[in-house]
Design a protein around this ligand. Structure first.
Ligand code: PLP
Length: 393
């Protein structure tokens, strides 16, 4: 008998991977499946980034690097943050990690334990809650509401902070809603956090480069009053179409940086060296590849939202960021998970049910528009046919 710790009974998952597996299985049986389920750009990594990795391997970068990452990449991250948000970040606070997820894993491990509370967005990226529960901490969902344009509310967030709260997780632009929280709301939140000096903040800004309608991304790094308790999460997965490379980075308060380094030494030693050199090419190279990708997402955003709003029983507000639409399906009579499952099995369209992102996701589906316009239109047509003819289960 193997006796693993009880915490594993509380460890969750990301259902998007299960949907991807099912969609792939159906496709391999010959079914025509359109995948709007998975959250990764459908673009190839720009060639100059790929070339930089190949060159690094040819140049002999085959060994371990420092656990915190190679210095030129940490410096490139600091320069990039200055270029985009006019903030000064010292490279010695920048940690290179294998993907955005690793930063949240580390941050939640640092603060979570029995008796403490961690606040996180709901609906939100499922790993937040999963990891909070794993540590034994109490997850406190901060509702993210359609009526608020899927932005978080400063007032509601602050009202949920108790003396047991240790960490507050924020995410804008957001998965799964595409919501972008306006600057005024972030200002109000940061001002209110002065009353809670013991609460750390983890700001997940992995979609920072993907905002639309002229909405500028507001980084939490721009607020000096919380800098010494802010963990900034970002990475190359989304902005440079590098999900499979596993490259992320984070900025840590001085007090936490060495803990993150030690966790890296215990877990993964370092990010693979060639990927780190590719990261330098991504951050220091031409940025028109990012701009082009975001422009393409923007075009598709209009297509998907207009299409969804034409379906009976469905309405969808226009998200201002990321590459997700989060349509409200309550008027269709369906619950979200059975609808997502029936759409995949019967209509060949993979989407994710809102409850996979938290209890406040009921009544919604998540569609990733990281797919061609042609496929998006075909998927919407199939959804329309399905909803017109198939009664709610
Ligand atoms: N944070 C959010 C909000 C995400 O949506 C994702 C990926 O979907 C991540 C973090 C993780 O990114 P990575 O693939 O770099 O680990």
């Amino acid at each position: 008998m193997l006796h693993t710790i009880a915490a594993f009974d509380r460890l969750g998952e990301e259902n998007a991977f299960a949907v991807l597996a099912r969609a792939t299985a159906l496709a391999s049986q010959g079914r025509d499946i359109i995948n709007l389920g998975i959250g990764q750009p459908d673009f190839a990594t720009p060639p100059h980034i790929v070339e930089a990795a190949i060159k690094a391997l040819r140049d002999g970068h085959h060994g371990y690097t420092p656990a915190t990452g190679i210095l030129p990449l940490r410096e490139a991250v600091a320069r990039d943050l200055h270029r985009r948000f006019s903030v000064d970040v010292s490279p010695d606070r920048v940690m290179i990690v294998p993907g955005g997820k690793v930063t949240m894993f580390m941050a939640i491990l640092m603060f979570g334990e029995l008796g403490v509370e961690i606040l996180y967005p709901d609906p939100g990226f499922p790993i937040y809650r999963s990891m909070i529960e794993f540590t034994g901490a109490t997850p406190i969902p901060v509702p993210i509401r359609e009526a608020n344009g899927f932005a978080f509310s400063a007032q509601e967030t602050l009202s949920l902070i108790t003396p047991r709260a240790r960490l507050l997780i924020l995410n804008s632009p957001a998965n799964p809603t595409g919501g972008v929280t306006p600057k005024a709301e972030i200002d109000a939140l940061v001002a209110g956090l002065e009353r809670h000096p013991d609460v750390a903040v983890m700001s997940d800004e992995i979609y920072a480069s993907m905002t639309y309608d002229g909405e500028a991304h507001v980084s939490l790094l721009s607020y000096p009053s919380i800098r010494e308790r802010l963990i900034h999460l970002d990475g190359a997965s989304k902005s440079y179409a590098m999900t499979g490379w596993r490259l992320g980075w984070s900025v840590w308060p001085q007090k936490l940086f060495d803990l993150a380094r030690k966790l890296a030494v215990n877990a993964h030693s370092c990010v693979n060296a060639a990927t780190q050199w590719a990261g330098i090419a991504a951050l220091e190279g031409p940025q028109d590849c990012v701009k082009k990708m975001v422009e393409e997402f923007d075009k598709r955003r209009h297509v998907v939202i207009d299409g969804l709003n034409r379906l009976s029983g469905v309405s969808c507000i226009k998200p201002k960021g990321a590459f997700y639409a989060f349509p409200n399906i309550t008027r269709s009579g369906w619950k979200a998970k059975p609808l997502a499952s029936a759409l995949l099995e019967e209509a060949g369209v993979a989407v994710i049910g809102g409850p996979d992102f938290g209890v406040h996701g009921e009544g919604y589906l998540r569609l990733s528009y990281a797919n061609s316009t042609e496929n998006i239109l075909k998927a919407i047509e199939r959804m329309g046919e399905f909803l017109a003819h198939r009664k709610a289960a």
